[in-house]
Design a protein. Structure first.
Length: 152
């Protein structure tokens, strides 16, 4: 039955599944908080500079990015609600900050897009952008097509 739905209404089915997941699992609303923000690696603060923002962990800079405004999606994967990962919207496209490592892992998607929604699943990030749905894992960005894959 599900296979027939996928073949007949693949895109609508994928959208319905992802919309349902936003209420049930790892979908997080966007934030524009500059900090301080508690992460598993320390205290994060975004400071404005002449071209954008500097990301600082425990008062030490670890990344810089161009952006007119600060927008990020947070993954709170711990019991005490500290941030484990964050997807930041930049002028050059989304950037993944992984605070499970010290220093934090910084991975750029390499594709300009405006992110609307983010779902966290294991080590992968599924995002709805201005150009459709994408999966970002291991530093690789892949455009998603209608499929039987279920993200939750």
């Amino acid at each position: 039955m599900i296979g027939q739905l996928i073949k007949r209404d693949g895109k609508r089915w994928l959208f319905a599944v992802l919309a349902t997941m936003s209420f049930a699992t790892g979908a997080h609303a966007q934030s524009s908080a500059a900090g301080p923000i508690a992460t598993v690696a320390g205290e994060l603060q975004f400071e404005r500079n002449e071209r954008g923002f500097v990301a600082m962990l425990d008062a030490k800079p670890f990344d810089r990015f161009d952006a007119n405004t600060l927008v990020h999606f947070d993954d709170t994967g711990t019991a005490n609600d500290t941030i484990t990962r964050m997807l930041v919207q930049t002028e050059a496209g989304p950037v993944l900050l992984d605070f499970r490592r010290r220093p934090p892992l910084v991975q750029r998607t390499g594709r300009r897009m405006t992110v609307k929604r983010v779902f966290w699943q294991g080590d992968e990030v599924v995002m709805q952008g201005s150009q459709g749905w994408f999966r970002f894992v291991g530093g690789e960005l892949t455009k998603l097509q209608s499929s039987s894959t279920t993200y939750h």
